[in-house]
Design a protein around this ligand. Sequence first.
Ligand code: COA
Length: 225
Amino acid sequence: MLLESGPKLLHPWQDEPIDYRCAAMRFSREPGQAAPGIVLPDRIARAAPRRRAEWLAGRRCASEALRLLTGQGACPGMASDRSPLWPVGIVGSISHSGDVAIAIAARAGACRGIGVDIERLMDGQGASEVASEALTPRERRRLGNDPFSVTLAFSAKESLFKALHPLLRRPISFQLSELVAWNGQGTARLRLVEGLSSEFPAGREIEARFARFGDLLLTRVLIPA
Ligand SMILES: CC(C)(COP(=O)(O)OP(=O)(O)OC[C@H]1O[C@@H](n2cnc3c(N)ncnc32)[C@H](O)[C@@H]1OP(=O)(O)O)[C@@H](O)C(=O)NCCC(=O)NCCS
């Protein structure tokens, strides 16, 4: 992966249905100075250094993704539910794991919702703990505690949440969707177990993309306009 000290363009998948920009960086646990144009909300300014560092790294990536997409960088604000507030006409998503942050931004005219998630691949024990929380009984029977499959299911569901929550503004639990398939080209499918709205009825399948970078797994879900 990229893994420089500043955000860099990341282009993990070919043949994407819409145009978007994704930027990622490695960051240090010490937050240091905020980058120009990035103002910390009070609750982040008061947070532990580790939280400040990840928030700042996510915002630096978001600003770079926006700059690459529109020519103008900007720091998304933060809503009371913690979701990022993107500039008018933009949808996007942020994730961090360990010392890596990533953000993705697309034009709202092309994309109604987008979610990105990065996770360290779980070990057997982590997979077994996460499986009992985040997988449906049917997924647990099919996937068992296989670390890759459990990490993929968990991460794809996090990406789905980030893509749909700003759109639907309703609770979306891990039990509302299931990972039903994936292939060697980095494409997976989630199926909604319960209906979320008339547009997202039970049984609707939503594509996710995934890519592995060493021990990191990246997923993204997008809902085209
Ligand atoms: C919000 C949530 C997805 C964040 O996960 P996390 O473990 O902190 O991991 P990540 O680093 O990948 O993502 C954090 C980023 O998600 C974004 N985020 C937070 N709430 C969000 C929301 N409601 N909608 C969209 N994005 C959101 C933020 O940008 C946040 O980073 P920041 O606080 O530094 O800005 C997760 O904690 C959560 O609450 N999940 C709800 C249940 C769920 O995932 N259901 C999935 C079933 S479909």
